[in-house]
Design a protein around this ligand. Structure first.
Ligand SMILES: [Fe+2]
Ligand SMILES: [Fe+2]
Ligand SMILES: [Fe+2]
Ligand SMILES: [Fe+2]
Length: 407
């Protein structure tokens, strides 16, 4: 029998508050942190931030003081959890180095979710955006190498390739073409619901991170690159959030948020090599069990609905952070030139030349595109771009040349 958080003891919500000294955790050592430990921290930070913001939105749409108090209690704890998780990141890891971690998350988390996603529309959406974040990793890695002399390959630990994806210049699309059709809450698998919640939290945190730290880059090209990629993260949040069934009640969404946090912490415990951090995942899992129970009680009381209706008897198979080089190469070979038309993904050559995509492209890409200019500067300096191609030449022939800017 698998792990059912509803059957576990956990820590009751009212016993979860911690004092300042237990919140002020020691950061990891950036020279020996496992790349996927860094990734798990980024994912859990994103999940906790989503938990806190969801709690605020729920409260703003609620006119019952008892419910508001329950939400406030739980949200205070989510905020404490977020501080513990995000304060594991050390000050000597620069925002750009952390950015490499964010885009490694966007590659290997997205691939992990796509590989097991049962819903065809959600799977297609994951594969589609995977190639875009894959390209962001390449652009930031070139910025890091060119401006700081640091090899992003050392940060990703040779677990993730770094090379041209769907070129960022081509990713800029009219907002109307980022809205997808959504799954049905009644008919879709719990894995689909968890996948969408997880990727929305991760992309939203990436969007917020670039919104805030993008202006910390100390070169003109760096500032410009963050601006450009930050707008794609806005597209990604639009794209992924539209996949979720908007007719779910606030209570149901609340329960799913807590279930998802249980699921993620539970998934990460066994794969975590850092014992100190594993203990944090274990403690937070026990706390999330408390949140889940509290949310289920609220749903039963106020909506007269039993969450057992839509929660399975056991958590799905764990989400594993692992290398996905072959998977990414395969999607790259098949879908590099895919584009979006309305809610659909289509090969780029099926988009007619008068489509709004081209008007939008002309508007934003007018005469200067930072993601292309960066590679031009890098090649000008070192005769070639920065890459980490572990399994041979690029799967797309036109991207194999390293001494010219391609698109
Ligand atoms: Fe949490
Ligand atoms: Fe990205
Ligand atoms: Fe993204
Ligand atoms: Fe929670």
């Amino acid at each position: 029998m698998g792990f059912n958080p509803l059957q576990e003891k956990g820590i009751p919500l009212e016993k979860q508050l911690r004092d300042w000294s237990s919140l002020n955790v020691k950061p990891y050592d950036k020279n020996d942190v496992h790349p996927y430990t860094r990734c798990r921290i980024i994912i859990m930070n994103g999940a906790e931030i989503e938990g806190a913001f969801f709690g605020h939105q729920f409260a703003r749409h609620c006119d019952d003081i008892e419910i508001k108090r329950n939400i406030a209690m739980c949200r205070r704890v989510e905020q404490q959890q977020q501080k513990v998780v995000n304060w594991l990141v050390p000050a000597n890891e620069s925002p750009l180095e952390v950015t490499i971690g964010y885009e490694q998350v966007a590659v290997d988390l997205t691939a992990a979710l796509a590989k097991r996603e049962p819903h065809p529309v959600v799977k297609a959406a994951l594969d589609f955006a995977l190639l875009e974040d894959f390209d962001h990793l390449y652009r930031y890695a070139n910025l890091l190498q060119m401006t700081k002399g640091i090899q992003a390959g050392d940060l990703v630990g040779k677990l993730t390739e770094i090379t041209v994806g769907r070129p960022t210049i081509s990713e800029h699309r009219h907002p109307f073409d980022e809205i997808r059709s959504h799954y049905s809450a009644a008919q879709s698998d719990i894995v689909t619901k968890l996948n969408v919640l997880t990727i929305v939290a991760a992309e939203q945190q990436t969007m917020n991170f670039y919104m805030n730290i993008g202006n910390r880059a100390d070169t003109e090209i760096g500032r410009a690159l963050y601006q450009e990629i930050a707008q794609i993260e806005e597209q990604h949040v639009t794209h992924y959030e539209s996949l979720a069934d908007p007719t779910m009640s606030w209570f149901m969404r609340d329960v799913l948020h807590q279930y998802s946090e249980c699921y993620l912490y539970h998934s990460f415990i066994d794969q975590e090599p850092d014992e100190r951090i594993r203990k944090i995942w274990e403690m937070h899992l026990d706390m999330e069990i408390g949140h889940l129970k509290a949310s289920c009680e609220m749903m039963k009381k106020h909506e007269k609905r039993d969450p057992a209706e839509f929660l399975p008897d056991a958590l799905p198979a764990p989400l594993i952070m692992e290398s996905n080089i072959d998977y990414v190469r395969q999607v790259m070979a098949q879908q590099t030139d895919f584009n979006a038309r309305g809610t659909e993904f289509v090969p780029g050559d099926q988009i007619s030349s008068d489509y709004r995509y081209f008007d939008y492209q002309k508007m934003v890409n007018a005469d200067w595109v930072p993601s292309q200019e960066l590679i031009r500067q890098k090649i000008g300096k070192d005769k070639k771009d920065y890459r980490l191609e572990i399994k041979g030449p690029h799967p797309v022939k036109r991207f194999q040349k390293r001494d010219q800017v391609v698109r």
